[in-house]
Structures are given as C-alpha cells and as structure tokens.
Design a protein around this ligand. Sequence first.
Ligand code: GLC
Ligand code: MG
Length: 543
Amino acid sequence: MARRLSTARTSTQRRFALAPTPSPWWRNAVVYQVYLRSFADSDGDGIGDLAGLRSKLPYLAWLGVDAIWINPHYPSGGADGGYDVVDYRAVDPEYGDVSDLEALVEDARQVGLRVLLDVVPNHTSDQHPWFRTALADPDSPEAARYHFAPPSEEPPNNWQSLFGGPAWSRTPDGRWFLHLFAPEQPDLNWRDPAVAADFERTLRFWLDRGVAGFRVDVAYGLYKDAALRDNPGFYAPTLFGHGPEQAMTWNQPEVHDVWRRWREICDEYPDTMLVGEVCLADLDEVALYSRPDEMHQALSFRLLKSAWDTGSFAEAISSALDAYGRVGAPVSWVLGNHDKERQVSRFGGGPLGAARARAAALLMLALPGSAYLYAGDELGLPQATVPDEAKKDPIFLRSGGARTGRDGCRIPMPWNSSPGVGFSPDGAAEPWLPVPAEWRSYAVAHQAEHDGSMLNLHRRALALRKAHPAFSTGEATVSTQGDVLTVRSVGTEETVRCVVNMGAETVLVRCRGTVLLASTAHVRHSARSVALPPNTAVWLVEH
Ligand code: GLC
Ligand code: MG
C-alpha cells in the first residue's frame, strides 16, 4: 500500500528570490565540466585533447548544455592533473596549441556554447620559470613571489598539505618553501604585486581569445596569514570544507580584493564570468565570494556531499538558497566533479545507486540558479576501480596508498561500444587511465538509442528546463514530508515542482498538475496525484 502524502503541509520551508531581471546568461546556465584529458583523444596518444573536444561539440549541443568549463589545459609538470601550471598563457602540446583553443571557442560559439577555462592562481608548478629561478637565486625577484623561509631544523609552522604531510618542504640549499597541495605546487605569495600583475595579463590573454570566463581554482586560498602563525588545528578533512581550524591558511580577507579586481577586468569583456571554487565550511563565507562586485558565482558543494535523505538534501538546498540569496547571487549547484566519487557509487552503487543518481540529476536541474554537470555523469558512470599501479593522483601517491585518490572519477569517456570505447582512434595507444571493460554498456552511442537511458533523461531535462524557465529562475520553496522532498518554484508564467521520493516505499503525492518528466518509467499519475516509487523524482507543472 502506498502511503498518502499531501505536499500542502510542510515541515521545512525556505524562500528565495532571484535578483530582478535582466538576467545575464550565467545566472541560470547549465555548465558542462570537461575533464579534457579524458574526454576525447583525436591523435591516438591515449590522452584527450582540444581537437577531440572540438569534434564532440555537436554532442554537447545535442545534449543541451549552455557552456563548457575545461579543466586545466596549460603546460604542466603533470603532478596534479594539470593543476601544476608551468605556463599560464599557453596550451600543453599534449592537448594542442593556442590556435586549437581559438578554433574550439569559435566552433563552440557556432553551436551556441560558451567556453570557460580553469585558472590556477594559488600555486604554480615547481617547473614554472619563476620557481626555477627562485630555487637558483634566493635573492631574485622571482623568489619573492613564493613563500620561502630560511634553513632551520623545524618547518616554520604547523601548516599541513591538503594532500597529506607538512605544507613545507626543503629546497636543495636547505630553505623551506610552502605548498598547501603537493610539493610540486609551490604556493604563490600574493603580497608581491608582480604576482597579481601577471595573472591580470593571463586573464586578458584568454579573454582576448574569446573565452567566456574562468573557473577559479582554490579561490579561497591565495593569501595566507602574513605572520605565518600556526593554525589552531591540524587538517582534518571536514564534510563541507575548511573551517576555523585552518584560519591561517585559507579565507584571508585580502583575497576579496583580488576578486574585485578580476571582476573589473571581466566587466570590460561583455558576457564573461568568474566562478570560484570556495571550499569553506561556512556557507555564508562562501557566498561572500559572489557579492555583486566580486566573482559572479561561487560553487556550492553541498549537494555533492549530502547523504541520501530528505533532511540533508533539504538543508543543502535551503541553506545555499538563503546564503547566496543574501548577497543576490545565484546558487551554482554541483552534484559531481573531478575530485569526488561518482554519484552512482556514492548513492549505493548498482541499480539502487543508478536510480538515486537519476533522481538527483532531476533535482539539481530543477533548482533555481546555475548547475554544473560533470562529464560522464550524464551517462551514469560509476566510480571505476583503478589498479594501484595505474593510479596517477598525488593524493593516492603521497598518502602511500592510504587514501584511494581521485583517479576513479577521471576515467576516459565511453563514446561507443567498440573495445576501445571510441575514446581514441582505432589502433591508438592505451588510454592514460584504464577503462573498465563493462563501460561499453555506458557508451554515448548506445545510450542515445535507448529512450529510457540516463543520457536521454539528461537531454530531456535540459530541454524542459529551458522550456519552463520557472525551474531555473522561479522563486523556490523547499519542503520535506517524511521521505518526500519537494522543490516548488513559482515563475512568472507557471508554477513547477520537482518531487523526490528518497524512501524505500512508493508514496502517493497529491498534486493537480501535468507530469513533465520522471526519472523512471514506473511513475503512475492521475490528474490529482502521482505514485512515486522509491528513489525516483518527477517534474510537474501545476494547474
Ligand atoms: C582544486 C582542484 C583539484 C586540485 C586542487 C589543487 O581543488 O579541483 O583537482 O587538485 O585544486 O590545485
Ligand atoms: Mg590525444
């Protein structure tokens, strides 16, 4: 027997209003995150590249996203998946060259897609010419652009690397240098004006080539406590990001001036934007990065970390709507990315995980603001098991294998059902990370032909999100009742709902409306109610 539920009585209620129109494109855009190295390989070296991505633009246009964000494409030391940049105004030859990037931007424009790049201002590679000079000559101007400390027995303070171990390593001549990530990623000293000036050149270099803006890596970093005081606590990965235990290394007030300056630069280029990676525990602090004169958006990672229950999802949604609403910014929702376990696996794996991932996708795409969709999530890819000897992630390597690392969510995309899954041309080198044999069944070509596939679910949802702007621009109310979560959005023309059943029993939801889309074919509905099986979601338009 289905339990009866009425959505009229609610246990949690929050309200949120988007800023008045006119609405720039990024406020409610769906941005597709391309892990470049794993997207499509055009030249057969087993590594995804810009020409490969260019060849897949028709796919992305067909899918219906508005923009793409490309993980770092720069020449890199290769220590952290490209987040150790050697030259910020160039393209790694593995991926192509600057003309390939220009061609990508132009082709993307022709099919209605904007291109965002990833900029990495907190640290460079240890192979960057500045750091090499700094190592060779402690008195060089380049040395002042990093954090060096004189030789001593103990490191200058207790700061820890996010990838494990102390955040200080020694140079060959015995000095200490700071790296809040891997030792191959020395932190820049943003108190040196040469650092700021160089990044402004970098922004203009790419904006002049037509990119639509940047995802800003570690945007909560850059400045560190000027006196290098000890952190009150050691790094203990918290669920939602860094907190007061790391008050000396992150979220220094000075960093906001950088975003104000970068905003001014973007304002010179119409329709461009900045979206920051801000991993802080306090959502109000996160939202400050997207104040009207700072970055346009700050990624909200709450959904990505919510457990499968109505309480945590409702809290994730309403707290973000409230915090971002207070500064007038749209929430930038994230369900998956290149740093976290794939949702299908996180939600329990197998058919259960897949059902929940489908429902979660409908939930995210029904929320007001913008959404970031990680490549492969539209296929429902699970987290892959990567043999230790094939792993590349410094988190795995630096922890001596104690931490699994992020390789399992960075596997090459399956495009077709051939043995090589169509990632590289026939007869090419092995892909840079091994692709599980069973991934053929997740291939784009295969799913495109199956009406009920995860891929077609995404495609339909993206089209309906456009056709019914109430989803992305309406005034949303989040409510829960038992195992049912409802987001009701009042738009200018109509009122829409996304209803998710997170429980283990079918529930009957009363609502006068038309079903637009369901995450499963097994939803039964009449003019007055919808019977929603466990772990499913439905989109409705109210009558
Ligand atoms: C960000 C990136 C992550 C990278 C780190 C250091 O968190 O998303 O992949 O390892 O910054 O640049
Ligand atoms: Mg290649």
